[in-house]
Design a protein around this ligand. Structure first.
Ligand SMILES: [Fe+2]
Length: 541
């Protein structure tokens, strides 16, 4: 378990129960090759984009397969712009990735694949705009947990035709065994994962990606828009860091082998560009037409120092908080690692656009837990009981943060980023996932100076703070009243963020779905918060 008797996973996310099971690799027997996992595109540049698919080989076949691909300017694929062939085989789990170049900036394209008579669905994608673009729209998502429900959020985004790119901030898959961290209703309608056991090996991670890629909402969102994705922890294991994870122990073998396996499967199954010789290096940069720098970060696997845990490192908050805080603020503790941080500082220094957007996993805004004792309907034996709430409140009253797995657990790293942004005059927007709840912050540095704003997306399906037995409106009010940086919290609904960037302003519109437990759902409009260029605080749009 993580930091407290009631862990971050319980408080911010929900309950997770791990169980073990038998290997059941995901295979579909077909009489001819087929495209059972849809198509996808990603990592667009002004002249190229990654096109992705996976071939399900004919039953019994195990040799290499040649796949034809084409990309065209029209939906019927009559005006072909580029085409070619790609080879795939078992060494890459029959996934296919093509970097289709020679494209025009700011343009919509359509693409598909063929093997013999089998033709894939047609995907739509879009290149990055040329300089001078006046508006950008991103759809921001995270935490799509298959055994927690239908991916209605992805359908909502797929239906849009004005999105430049979908930004996936991690937890694209979850590693737990069947029955772990799942909703019994979702299991009833067939959202059951394979393999049944927790993911450890390359074969395990590949099989799980295969199950997810059969979900119609996920196929639809990939077919509709290019995606720019980074992993969070659950693509490998819960609360992962450079040398381990909360959900890894030595009976499962080497952490480094498990990490490598998860990264290999992720790179095979996601439409991201593979560059350089270090597969762990996922942090990268996109220039959106001179209007925004999108800087995608890895706050998990490549550099993160060992987390501090309240359960292990904090005795009595009343007497021990000072010593604990000194440990927490140790400048040697890093969340990005030295090399990535230096790279980020250089990106901020070289930025020439009005907006510097960090696409990353976890909250940068500071959060302490408010006093909920008088409004909580505690249930004996519930996942968030009175004793847990009292312990958390003691921690909060000692001035310590709620979630040490976020940037709150690595304050020196956060200050380094804020200092670089300040030095280079960056207009910083942090986009975060991980918590399953919707948040917005006016971020401040340790001296209380404005440091940018943060928009955090709710999950696609994973449960949020519903686990805390307090009505959501009261919960949000208590959090906002206690935390000076926090301006908005919705802990009760699944959804996504529609981010609109213009030279004058950056706006987040939260969008929710009524349910993830039925295919009959509709979208709900959440609030919109905006920051103007040159300003540092949010207002209602
Ligand atoms: Fe998550």
């Amino acid at each position: 378990m993580t930091q407290l008797k009631v862990s971050r996973r319980h408080v911010l996310k929900g309950v997770g129960i791990a169980a073990s099971g038998m290997l059941a690799p995901f295979t579909v027997a077909t009489s001819a090759p087929a495209f059972s996992h849809g198509v996808a595109s990603g990592d667009p540049l002004a002249d190229r984009v990654i096109l992705w698919t996976r071939v399900t080989p004919k039953a019994g076949a195990n040799g290499p397969i040649e796949v034809r691909w084409e990309i065209a300017a029209d939906a019927e694929l009559r005006r072909t712009v580029r085409s070619g062939t790609a080879l795939t085989d078992a060494d890459r789990d029959y996934t296919v990735k093509v970097d289709a170049d020679g494209l025009e900036p700011g343009s919509t394209y359509y693409y598909r694949f063929r093997v013999g008579d089998a033709v894939s669905p047609t995907g739509r994608t879009r290149t990055l705009p040329a300089d001078g673009v006046r508006e950008l729209k991103f759809a921001v998502v995270s935490c799509s947990n298959y055994p927690q429900g239908y991916f209605n959020v992805y359908h909502d985004i797929a239906a849009r035709d004005d999105i430049d790119a979908v930004l996936h901030l991690g937890d694209y898959i979850y590693e737990y065994a069947a029955g772990g961290y799942s909703n019994p209703h979702a299991v009833n309608f067939g959202h059951v994962v394979e393999p049944e056991h927790e993911l450890v090996t390359l074969q395990d991670y590949r099989a799980r990606h295969g199950v997810y890629k059969t979900e119609p909402g996920l196929q639809a969102v990939h077919a509709a828009h290019p995606m720019i994705a980074v992993w969070d922890d659950h693509e490998s294991a819960n609360d992962s860091w450079r040398h381990g994870a909360e959900n890894h122990d030595e009976t499962q073998g080497s952490w480094y082998e498990r990490k490598r396996a998860s990264v290999q499967a992720y790179r095979e199954w996601l439409p991201i560009r593979d560059e350089g010789d270090d597969p762990l290096k996922i942090y990268r940069h996109f220039d959106f037409g001179g209007l925004a720098d999108l800087i995608m970060l890895d706050a998990r696997l490549i550099g993160r120092s060992e987390p501090l845990l309240y359960a292990e490192h904090l005795g009595d908050p009343g007497t021990d908080a000072g010593r604990f805080r000194a440990q927490l603020e140790d400048p040697e503790r890093t969340i990005l690692g030295r090399e990535q941080l230096t790279w980020l500082e250089e990106r901020l220094e070289q930025a020439r656009t009005p907006w510097q957007i960090l696409g990353q996993q976890i909250l940068m805004g500071k959060v302490r837990l408010p006093d909920l004792l008088d409004v909580a309907a505690f249930r004996e034996g519930g996942p968030f009981d009175r004793a847990s709430a009292e312990r958390l409140l003691d921690i909060a009253e000692a001035g310590l943060p709620l979630n040490l797995d976020a940037w709150d657990g690595y304050p020196a790293s956060r200050e380094r980023v804020f200092a670089a942004a300040r030095r280079h005059g960056s207009q910083l927007i942090s986009l975060a996932g991980d918590t399953h709840n919707a948040w917005a912050f006016n971020m401040m540095d340790s001296e209380g100076r404005p440091a940018g704003v943060e928009f955090a997306t709710p999950s696609v399906t994973s449960p949020g703070m519903e686990i805390v037995p307090v009505p959501p409106g009261i919960l949000a009010e208590r959090f906002v009243n206690l935390n000076p940086e926090l301006v908005y919290l919705d802990s009760s609904r699944r959804g996504w963020m529609e981010i609109t960037i213009t030279p004058e302003s950056a706006t987040s519109r939260w969008r929710f779905v009524t349910t993830v437990l039925s295919r009959k759902w509709y979208g709900l409009l959440g609030p919109a918060l905006q920051v103007n260029a040159g300003e540092a605080s949010l207002r209602r749009a």
